[in-house]
Design a protein around this ligand. Structure first.
Ligand code: FES
Length: 167
C-alpha cells in the first residue's frame, strides 16, 4: 500500500506537514473535531484551501476515509477544495450581525477592497465571502479573516484598521 508523505507533493512541504501534525496532535487526533482541524489547516495553506494532497495527508494521519473528508469540505461553506485568495474575508450574514450593523460593515469592506461579496480582487489577494454565524455574536458585527475573528466593526475606520493587518 502506498503512503502519503511530506515529500510527495507540491503544496505539502515538510514545514507545512509539521504544522498539520501539530494541529492534529493539539486536537488529540479526534475525528469528532475534524471540522475544526480542517479549518485550522486551511488557514495555514497558501490561498486558503484544502488541495487533494493535504486532504489525503490528513486522511492518512487521522485514519479517516478520504471520502468523509470531502463530505465535510463540501458541506461547510467555510471550507474549500479550490484555491481562493491569500486573504479570505468572511462576512457573517446571520441575524445578530445583521441587526448590529452588518450593512455598514459590508459596504465598508466592498469599498475598501473594491469588490463585491463573492468576488476576488484582480491580483488574487483578497476574497470576500458571505458566511453563516461563526459564534462571534457577542462581538457582532463580525468578520473572520483567514480563520481569525474580528468584531465590533461598526465603522469604516475600524474595518480599515483590520484590513491594514493584511496588506
Ligand atoms: S450572527 Fe454573526 S457571528 Fe453570530
Amino acid at each position: 500500500m502506498s503512503s502519503v508523505n511530506a515529500t510527495t507533493f507540491e503544496v505539502l512541504n515538510k514545514e507545512l506537514a509539521a504544522k498539520i501534525d501539530t494541529i492534529i496532535t493539539n486536537n488529540a487526533n479526534n475525528s469528532t473535531k475534524l471540522v475544526g482541524i480542517l479549518l485550522e489547516v486551511q488557514a495555514i495553506v497558501p490561498k486558503q484551501y484544502l488541495p487533494l494532497e493535504i486532504a489525503a495527508y490528513i486522511s492518512q494521519k487521522m485514519n479517516i476515509p478520504l471520502s468523509r473528508i470531502y463530505d465535510v469540505i463540501s458541506f461547510y461553506a467555510a471550507l474549500s477544495d479550490v484555491p481562493r485568495a491569500d486573504c479570505v474575508i468572511q462576512l457573517c450574514d446571520s441575524v445578530v450581525c445583521k441587526v448590529t450593523g452588518n450593512t455598514v460593515l459590508k459596504e465598508s469592506l466592498q469599498e475598501l477592497l473594491g469588490i463585491k461579496v463573492n468576488e476576488i480582487t484582480a491580483d488574487g489577494k483578497y476574497a470576500l465571502e458571505p458566511t453563516a454565524c461563526f459564534g462571534a455574536c457577542d462581538i457582532a458585527p463580525a468578520i473572520r479573516v483567514n480563520g481569525r475573528v474580528f468584531g465590533h466593526l461598526t465603522s469604516k475606520e475600524k474595518v480599515k484598521k483590520v484590513l491594514d493587518n493584511y496588506k
